[in-house]
Design a protein around this ligand. Structure first.
Ligand code: AMP
Length: 490
């Protein structure tokens, strides 16, 4: 099958040919003909499958008739994160190069005025994160009654981020005569319910479940003791071992705090490293990403939420500094390498307390992952209290062993969890990290709700999965005064 068989307009076909794509991917072949007929589509597909073009191309074709009116966008695409929204905009620019369309991007971290001007001019395509969209609407700057096509992308991620009530509100603001194109990598019950409420007789298009990893990726588990400094040591050695093949790598951590700590540690050890997580402002995230894409940064430390859906071609290595708690996240992470038939490598650092998560991953992907250099049976844990790792709320949620790091010592300094040699190095003046932006990690800064994609009202699901906002300290957090640690007499 070719793109010409799908019913796309000549202008779109010419842009697709210029992009160098000859054959539609399965999600494109399945969704585009129905989308062109104006039908609702439920696409079950993850990033990397060509999902974006599967809605952008038919939308471009359909937008060729009619024109935009001030403040009344003709189409609306909802994305969970700023990066994804920006990526969709890039797709519209690439495939819409033969069209004269006004595209407005409404995301947090960018001034309202500029966005207002775009809305005022009349937008053919409005791409938005839910929070910023509602902010504009509440300011009276936006009417959604002219929207003919609504796209809800990465719906399961919206759920994770607590956006579902917002999505429901937005769906109710748009005439029911609209066409809805709905995409999700997985279909948890909440998402099924949403589709039942807001889609009309949708055509269901499902492509390869998020349970398969590319055969071009060599996957390995790497044993480690559980202390952070031990894991960091293992990671550094791995990176050095892989130096020859390593073009660039993403290093995944489970939590924002770890992203921050690991980034600082790698920078101190003079690796060419950057970091990506939800607390960085839009400009810093974009700069970081483009530096990584352009090869100016070799390593990128990231959390799942920050990295989800980012189109970073040709990553040679993925390192999982933490075993992901949700098995599907493993598949998403590994999917960053070995793309388009290229060879890739992934290394997952595993400690004894990760065993059940490793088992869940192996069950999901239907294969056992080989150990790189011997399995955990040879690992003995060092349990001296001096090395007790910092335990933020929830950091032991991987079922850490009972005897592990229970006792807390007052923190003498920031790096109390470092190995003796590393602690010494770290106690000295820290060299300025090389990258342009430091992750905010555990630096607590006042939250800018106006510029934030996830405001508290939306956090209906309580604690978010893979919460990118990290842990909120409880009581004294890690800075417990010494007198509080004196054993109480019972
Ligand atoms: P997506 O799933 O939309 O994030 O797309 C993943 C990657 O596949 C992007 O780099 C697209 O440019 C690329 N892509 C999209 N459609 C095709 C196609 N038909 N053939 C080859 N690559 C494609």
């Amino acid at each position: 099958m070719t793109f010409a068989d799908l019913g796309l307009s000549p202008k779109v076909l010419s842009a697709v040919a210029d992009a160098g794509y000859t054959q539609p991917t399965p999600i494109q072949a399945g969704a585009i003909p129905h989308a062109l007929q104006g039908k609702d589509v439920l696409g079950i597909a993850q990033t990397g499958t060509g999902k974006t073009a599967s809605f952008v191309l038919p939308m471009l074709t359909r937008l060729e008739k009619g024109r935009a009116r001030a403040r009344m966008p003709r189409t609306l695409i909802l994305e969970p994160t700023r990066e994804l929204a920006a990526q969709v905009e890039e797709n519209f620019i690439k495939y819409g190069k033969n069209h004269k369309l006004n595209i407005a991007l409404l995301i947090g971290g960018v001034s309202f005025d500029e966005q207002d001007r775009k809305l005022e001019r009349g937008a053919d395509v409005l791409i938005a994160t839910p929070g910023r969209l509602l902010d504009h609407r509440e300011r009276g700057k936006l009417l959604l009654t002219g929207v003919d096509i609504l796209v809800i992308d990465e719906a399961d991620r919206m759920l994770d981020m607590g956006f579902i009530p917002d999505i429901e509100r937005i769906c109710e603001m748009i005439p029911f005569t609209r066409q809805t194109l709905f995409f999700s990598a997985t279909m948890p019950p909440e998402i099924t319910k949403l589709t039942e409420k807001f889609l009309q007789a949708p055509v269901r298009v499902e492509v390869a479940r998020a349970a398969s990893t590319a055969t071009t990726v060599t996957q390995r588990l790497v044993k480690s003791r559980s202390k952070p400094w031990e894991k960091r040591d293992v990671l550094r050695k791995l990176i050095k071992q892989e130096e020859e093949d390593l073009k660039n790598a993403i290093i995944f951590c489970n939590r924002k705090v770890e992203v921050s700590e690991l980034f600082r540690s790698l920078a101190r050890h003079e690796f060419n490293v950057g970091a990506l997580h939800g607390d960085m402002d839009q400009r810093a995230r974009m700069t970081m990403l483009s530096n990584f894409r352009d090869g100016k940064l070799k390593l990128l430390v990231a959390s799942d939420v920050a990295a989800r859906g980012l189109d970073i071609p040709d990553v040679s290595h993925v390192f999982n500094y933490d075993v992901p708690i949700h098995a599907e996240d493993y598949v998403h992470r590994i999917g960053r390498t070995g793309r388009a038939g290229r060879l890739g490598k992934s290394f997952t650092i595993a400690t004894r307390s990760d065993t059940k998560y490793v088992e869940a991953i192996e069950k999901l992907i239907g294969q056992t992952i080989e150990w790189h250099d011997g399995d955990l049976s040879t690992v003995e844990e060092s349990e001296s209290a001096d090395e007790a790792p910092r335990r933020g709320k929830g950091s032991s949620r991987r079922g850490g062993r009972k005897d592990e790091g229970r006792e807390r010592k007052p923190r003498g300094g920031r790096h109390h969890d470092a190995a003796p040699s590393e602690a010494k190095a770290e106690a000295q003046e820290e060299p300025a990290p090389k990258s342009t932006s430091r992750p905010a990690g555990n630096e607590r800064k006042p939250r800018d709700w106006a510029n934030d994609d996830a405001r508290p009202a939306r956090e209906h699901r309580g604690r978010r999965r893979n919460d990118d906002d990290g842990d909120t300290p409880v009581g004294f957090g890690d800075d417990v005064p010494a007198f509080m640690l004196i054993a109480a007499k019972v």
